[in-house]
Design a protein around this ligand. Structure first.
Ligand code: IMP
Length: 430
């Protein structure tokens, strides 16, 4: 048994796509279990770059089965677009290699509209900085027990009734806030047209997964976003609306926790965040700009510039504990090549007192002052290095320091965007 869960340990954009792609070589099945098309994965394969947001990374590879599990919220219009774009690039997508859970909740056009309206009326301090794709409202409807699922599309009359009721529910707020109400009829048509296109992929994915498990196929669970965007454990309310930590791999797919053998936490050698919210090690000046420029820190989905700062070991220590991380993949090490000093945050000062954990209160999170350990930069080229022995001593010291502070081994080091630019240190993963 070697089923692996891959999660982000920061605020997303840690480089999960590349690592999932690398590990998918040894796995037959790749499963998305939460989030929606707010996720952004960039895969570089040879000279081709693929940007995915809803489809599992395995879709690019031949002979892999990609599953969109029940925990994912699905915008059918977007899904059709993403599938068509890949087909146009000669990627084969059939009912054999793509399976879409019929109990996925739908993101409807009204969810996107509500997401944008709500963000639009907030003042700049209140804005979450969502991706504007309707993720939050769709998950709200799920737990509010008024959501619509793919399975509901089997009965058009029933679906229309539920959709009309949902639009009425939102239109009360929309009209009351002075905005233009949304009529469900055109949207209904669009949803049904998209449904016809994706219908071949729709199935009962937990049953399918169970069959694969019995046949001893290897499964890779691909998390989206990151630990500190988790709705329970993140920097609430500046979070996404799903659980992004490893535990959700089982809920969002219908696979029991006893079947997970390894949890890989992906962590960048520095920290980035898109959207608003606390970010203790953020560097707002030239240093942050340099990290952003060298690391090409632009959001895959929204094209927004990412906020950048130093590595925060306090956060990663928590991520390791709450996800039961077996090992870490340290990505973008090469981005730090040109820095003469490299800092790692190992504690915070809160109102003059030193603490080594992230407080849960929003106001306290905003006023944390990072306490740093300073390390000398290696100032040499690590881009594309494939062997640990070839890393400069100072880079090795940086890796070792992180392992000590976060109390977890670094099992993979990524030194560039291509899957070949990787050092795999744990035999289990190679
Ligand atoms: P939402 O998921 O669109 O509701 O956005 C909520 C927060 O999560 C915002 O700060 C987004 O920028 C952030 N977010 C959502 N998806 C991603 C992602 O894939 N990478 C990084 N940040 C994300």
């Amino acid at each position: 048994m070697s089923n692996i869960v891959v999660i982000g340990t920061q605020w997303g954009d840690e480089g999960k796509g590349k690592i999932v792609d690398l590990l998918s070589e040894k796995s037959e099945i790749i499963v998305r279990f939460q989030g929606g098309h707010n996720a952004g994965h960039t895969l570089v394969i040879g000279s081709n770059e693929y940007k995915l947001s809803l489809l599992p990374s395995g879709i690019i590879r031949k002979k892999k089965i990609s599953i969109i599990g029940n925990g994912v919220v699905v915008d059918l219009l977007h899904l059709c677009k993403e599938i068509n774009e890949l087909i146009a690039r000669d990627i084969s997508i059939t009912s054999k290699n793509l399976k879409l859970s019929e109990n996925c909740f739908l993101i409807l056009p009204i969810h996107k509209y509500i997401d944008e309206l709500r963000e639009g009326i907030k003042n700049s301090a209140e804005k979450i900085g969502t991706t504007g794709r309707g993720i939050g409202p769709a998950y709200e409807d799920k737990v509010g027990r008024r959501g619509l699922r793919i399975a509901d599309l089997k009965n058009k009359v029933f679906f229309e009734k539920k959709m009309r009721a949902l639009y009425q529910f939102y239109n009360i707020w929309i009209a009351g806030s002075g905005f233009k109400k949304r009529n469900y009829k055109k949207d209904l048509q669009l949803i049904f047209e998209s449904y016809q296109k994706v219908q071949p992929y729709v199935c009962n994915t937990w049953l399918e997964l169970n069959k694969y498990i019995k046949a001893e196929k290897k499964i890779l669970f691909e998390g989206a976003q990151g630990t500190f965007l988790d709705v329970d454990h993140g920097t609430y309310p500046y979070v996404t609306s799903s659980n992004t930590i490893s535990g959700n791999a089982t809920i969002g797919s219908g696979v029991g926790p006893n079947l997970i053998s390894y949890v890989l936490g992906i962590t960048k050698a520095y920290t980035t965040r898109v959207g608003n919210g606390p970010f203790p090690t953020e560097e707002k000046g030239n240093l942050g700009k340099k990290l952003a420029k060298v690391g090409k820190e632009i959001g895959t989905v929204t094209g927004r510039k990412r906020r950048c700062g130093w590595f925060d070991a306090v956060l990663i220590k928590k991520a390791v504990i709450i996800s039961g991380v077996s090992g870490l993949a340290l990505t973008k090490l090469d981005v730090l090549d040109g820095f003469d000093e490299i800092k790692i945050c190992y504690a915070y000062k809160l109102n003059g007192k030193q603490i080594d954990f992230l407080p849960l209160n929003e106001d306290e999170q905003k006023i944390l002052i990072p306490v740093y350990k300073s390390l000398p930069g290696w100032q040499s080229n690590t881009f594309g290095i494939k062997k640990f022995e070839d890393l400069p001593d100072k880079a090795v010291a940086f890796v070792k320091e992180i392992e000590k502070l976060v109390m977890c081994s670094i099992d993979i080091i990524s030194t560039g965007p291509d899957r070949l630019h990787t050092i795999v240190l744990n035999k289990f993963l190679s």
